[in-house]
Design a protein around this ligand. Structure first.
Ligand code: COA
Length: 412
């Protein structure tokens, strides 16, 4: 694998540092302070040293800071906090704001314009209390908002359709709950995660109904937090660290924001488009990926990803999930299994249990893969050799998706 990849691929960029804040309720911190905390952590993680004056540009992703915190031109606050006056760009792409900022930063590195970029994602959601549910609907069609939909109810439409079409079996209902149990299990040893407690299938199925059939424990939470990574040109990476992680695929696809115009409620076209381009770019298939950060905003989305990616056949993911969970529920990490091939999804708990401060999520996923690939994930380190990791970040109900594939040890 290593040699064949090294012959084919010129990476987009190298990641040389990564940092983040805890995710959860952070009542006394402004969004820009969260972002700075993550950014400083990322800078300090660079092995051979890197100062803030070495950063030549910043790319930030955030969805709602103008609404939640009445801020504008967040770059100005960042310039003040960092004490540097370099170009700073902010991307809004709903829950994929972080992934989209990362995509743009990769292009900037690849263009040759910058040697070192800081990429960050942040969100401060809890201060808005119940208003946040309406705020999130900026990422949906206004007709859907006017009809009374919320994000849980949009995804409930997808889950209801999935169960209607493919899940005439109690095991399907249990499988869609097991996804939450698995992700909570993975978060128990993740020091940054919002929920570090085990839950059972019965806990999920007895939790309060939010939008039938979605219950509270099928949902990702409302979270505050930030994450950051440092990018450089691949050929410069070893100046900063002996263990760079390379970005070998970086893709994005877009589609209509509304759910009601989609060709299907049980598949997400942007995932399929961006993933195919990403895998083709590297010349690999899903079978080669060992860990995947999947956008599990609601558990149904993780199941849909497993089908959109071809890991399981259409309509069969619930069966694969059920059988994998029953076989591996006592393991440190619970993989999905298909034809003897294991795929670990959301090794740190995903959006469900690590938390989902929406603009931070895409960068948090990159952070997770960075530490896993370097063997630095501490107590939640995956106990097997990993060389290829995938990050899947979507916005809205599938209006946008970004796909990144990361690896180590291929570019000398
Ligand atoms: N998973 C696990 N536990 C959760 C949780 C979640 N998603 N959301 C809340 N909790 C817990 C809280 O920690 C709290 O526990 P405690 O009583 O032990 O302190 C309890 O449940 C009640 O919390 P509360 O904040 O009152 O819940 P809520 O009813 O206001 O909100 C949801 C729950 C599910 C409605 C909310 O988390 C939500 O809207 N999630 C979806 C977010 C979303 O749409 N994101 C965009 C995705 S595209």
């Amino acid at each position: 694998m290593t040699n064949s990849l090294s012959l084919k691929i010129k990476p987009h960029a190298a990641i040389i540092g990564a940092g983040r804040t805890n995710f959860g309720e952070q009542w006394y911190k402004d969004p820009e302070k969260l972002m700075i905390e993550a950014g400083i952590n990322a800078l300090e993680s660079v092995d051979f040293g890197l100062g803030r004056k070495d950063i030549q540009a910043c790319y930030f992703g955030s969805f709602l800071y103008q609404t939640t915190n009445k801020l504008g031109l967040v770059s100005g606050y960042m310039a003040r906090e960092l004490g540097i006056n370099i170009p700073m760009n902010t991307t809004e792409a709903a829950c994929a704001s972080g992934g989209s900022a990362f995509y743009n930063a990769c292009i900037a590195i690849k263009s040759g314009m910058y040697n070192v970029i800081l990429v960050g994602g942040f969100e401060k959601m809890t201060d808005r209390f119940n208003k946040i549910i309406d705020d999130l609907m900026f990422a949906a069609d206004p007709y859907e908002f006017d009809a009374g939909f919320t994000f849980p109810s949009l995804y409930a439409s997808m889950m209801a359709r999935y169960i209607h079409d493919y899940g005439d079996d109690q095991r399907c209902i249990e499988a869609l709950a097991q996804i939450a149990c698995k992700n909570h299990h993975h978060a128990v040893n993740n020091e940054y995660a919002q929920f570090r407690r085990e839950i059972t299938v019965q806990d999920v199925l007895k939790s309060p109904l939010v939008a039938d059939p979605i219950r509270l424990l099928h949902c990702s939470p409302i979270s505050d937090g930030a994450a950051a990574v440092i990018l450089t040109k691949p050929e410069l990476a070893r100046k900063y660290t002996d263990a760079p992680i390379y970005v070998i695929a970086s893709q994005q696809a877009t589609d209509d924001v509304s759910l009601y115009t989609r060709e299907s409620l049980t598949g997400i076209k942007v995932t399929r488009l961006a993933l195919k381009k990403a895998l083709d770019e590297v010349g690999i298939s899903m079978k080669d990926i060992q860990i995947a950060e999947v956008h599990d905003c609601f558990t149904i989305e993780e199941a849909i990803f497993l089908e959109d990616s071809g890991f399981y056949e259409k309509g069969k993911a619930w069966k694969g999930i059920y059988e994998s969970y029953e076989s591996f529920k006592n393991s440190k990490h619970i993989p999905y299994v298909k034809d003897g091939k294991e795929l670990i999804v959301n090794p740190g708990g995903g959006l469900k249990a690590d938390g989902h401060p929406v603009g931070a999520t895409g960068i948090r996923q990159i952070h997770e893969c960075f530490i896993q690939l370097r063997g630095e994930a501490g107590k939640h380190q995956v106990d097997k050799e990993i060389n290829l990791a995938l990050c899947h970040n979507i916005g809205g109900t599938g209006g946008i998706a970004t796909l990144h594939i990361l690896t180590r040890d291929i570019y000398e």
